[in-house]
Write a protein that binds this ligand. Structure first.
Ligand code: FAD
Length: 480
């Protein structure tokens, strides 16, 4: 191995000697990969094909000891550092250009304690892996709606999906975590151990250290739930959205209903003449008493005249994969997102207009329903602040041909600007694209100042900066 050039954290570049790299490598359990070595491309390739960065080297971690070594190695050598969990973040901060990439994806064990109803999860595990292990015991915790997403990034940013109205955000179900902080030491964070760090990692993203193990609370779910889609022609969108607003306002926590606006993919249960046409979809999951499901779903089912109603009994773990085919890795993606406390008529008008000009067949607008348990936590109880959001819109702009990039991004930005007057101004940190650095303060809301103080305590030199970055508070640093 010859000397290797790295990008430095504070700018510029510098070489690390063969001896230094060899000494580091021999201490690792996992693999140290330089460009073009096996494992390097796998580690740097993430869900969003817009991100094509080449780290100086990758450490494919096999345990907390590797993470401690890698954090210290990056810090001591002044290297730019990035941390990869499941590699699904739209902004692509998991991969640095020219620095050291800490790849956690080889660490993916999930250990369930069915008696205590808890799970210990390593940071490379995907939602699908977690769900499968927990569902073997009829248990689950709120996660997102695509099984390929990483538990780590999702949980550190907040995390919500089909179970959040019943059991809160993913962060509300975190019991403890092992965190390697900027000094390279592993500490525990829980309500009783380093409670300030525990508060910060429940929504503060990767700003405070590298989590090597999460402990989650689990709840009895399924294994069967009542879930599926109701697909409508888009022509009735106005009435359907108004009806949805009424139904959502009184729905119990057992019922979660999301709206998807897009062109119809060629799904086998849709007539061929609908394929490629604009549709409005209600995606539904009911986790209450099965005998009461029909009653719970009736108000939604009476709306309009659907093309298809494919709601039925199915395994929860299968429903958790239902949207995977629409959001496979490898396409180019750009997102824009807003939070809403209420859905206004003006918002509906704008959305309907924008669906008329969808730039590609894979672009879609998701409106996720929150409220219920997710809103019954004080905004300052966890770093995740958006407890007022009853709905989260995510505009998934997606294309395969690079020629579609400009029109797709412009469409998303136009929709975002036009719907902004109806939104809270807050944004979910995990839905922010790379260019939204001006929204970081809105992502952390009123919790930003406390996060900045804790950043100064746990990471004063901002080693963990490739994330939606909280700057260490200078006031705290002067006082320490
Ligand atoms: P990565 O890109 O690996 O990590 C994201 C960032 O988190 C990293 O840059 C790093 O800063 C930090 N990080 C990761 N692991 C660690 C660690 N162990 N310690 C410290 N920092 C770490 N979100 C929802 O809430 N609900 C959904 O339903 C949902 N659906 C999604 C569907 C798709 C197809 C995609 C692509 C994303 C979805 N998301 C959803 C967003 C998701 O929460 C974020 O993309 C999240 O960041 C993914 O985590 P990851 O570990 O896969 O990502």
């Amino acid at each position: 191995m010859s000397d290797v050039q790295f990008i430095k954290r504070e700018g510029g570049s510098g070489a690390l000697s063969n001896d230094a790299l060899m000494a580091f490598q021999t201490q690792l359990r996992g693999r140290f990969c330089l460009p073009n070595e096996p494992g390097y491309d796998e580690a740097r390739t993430i869900w969003n094909a817009m991100i094509d960065r080449r780290p100086g080297a990758v450490v494919r971690c096999h345990g907390a000891s590797d993470v401690m070594l890698a954090v210290s190695f990056a810090r001591d050598n002044g290297l730019l550092l990035s941390v990869r969990g499941g590699g699904h973040n739209i902004a692509g901060n998991a991969v640095c250009e020219g620095g050291l990439l800490i790849d956690l994806s080889p660490m993916r064990s999930v250990h369930v304690d069915p008696k205590k109803r808890t799970a210990r999860v390593e940071p490379g595990a995907t939602l699908g892996e977690f769900d499968k292990e927990a569902q073997a015991f009829g248990l689950a915790t709120p996660l997102g709606i695509n099984s390929t997403t990483g538990v780590a990034g999702l949980a550190l940013g907040g995390g919500f999906g089909w179970l959040s109205r019943k059991f809160g955000f993913t962060v509300d179900n975190l019991i403890s975590a092992d965190v390697v902080t900027a000094d390279g030491k592993l500490v525990q964070a829980s309500a009783t151990e380093n409670p300030d760090l525990f508060w910060a990692i429940r929504g503060g993203g990767g700003n405070f250290g590298v989590v090597t193990s999460f402990e989650f609370k689990l709840h009895p779910i399924g294994p069967d739930v009542i879930a599926g889609l109701i697909v409508h022609p888009f022509a009735n969108a106005r009435e359907l959205l108004s009806g949805y607003r009424e139904v959502a306002a009184t729905a119990s926590d057992d019922l979660t209903m999301w709206v998807v606006l897009r062109r119809a993919p060629p799904l086998p249960f849709l007539p061929e003449e609908v394929h490629g046409k604009e549709i409005l979809v209600f995606a539904v999951c009911y986790v209450g008493e099965p005998s009461k499901a029909d009653e719970a779903l009736a108000p939604l089912r009476v709306l309009g005249e659907p093309i298809a109603d494919v709601i039925g009994v199915q395994p929860y773990a299968a429903w958790q994969t239902a949207f995977d085919p629409l959001l496979t890795p490898g396409a180019f993606n750009y997102w824009k997102s807003h939070n809403f406390t209420a859905l206004s008529d003006g918002l509906f008008d704008t959305l309907i207009d924008c669906v008329g000009t969808l730039p590609t067949a894979e672009c879609e607008i998701f409106i996720g329903q929150l409220g219920g348990a997710s809103g019954r936590v004080a905004a300052d109880e966890t770093a995740f602040p958006h407890r007022d959001a009853k709905f989260v819109m995510n505009v998934h702009t997606r294309w395969r041909d690079p020629a579609d990039e400009r029109a797709s991004i412009e469409w998303a930005r136009g929709l975002f600007a036009a719907t902004a007057p109806h939104a809270t101004g807050g944004v979910y940190v995990n839905f922010m694209p790379e260019d939204e650095t001006d929204r970081v303060a809105q992502a952390y809301g009123n919790n930003y100042a406390r996060l900045a103080m804790l950043k100064a305590k746990y990471d004063p030199a901002n080693l963990f900066r490739l994330n939606q970055n909280v700057r260490p508070s200078s006031a705290a640093r002067q006082g320490s």
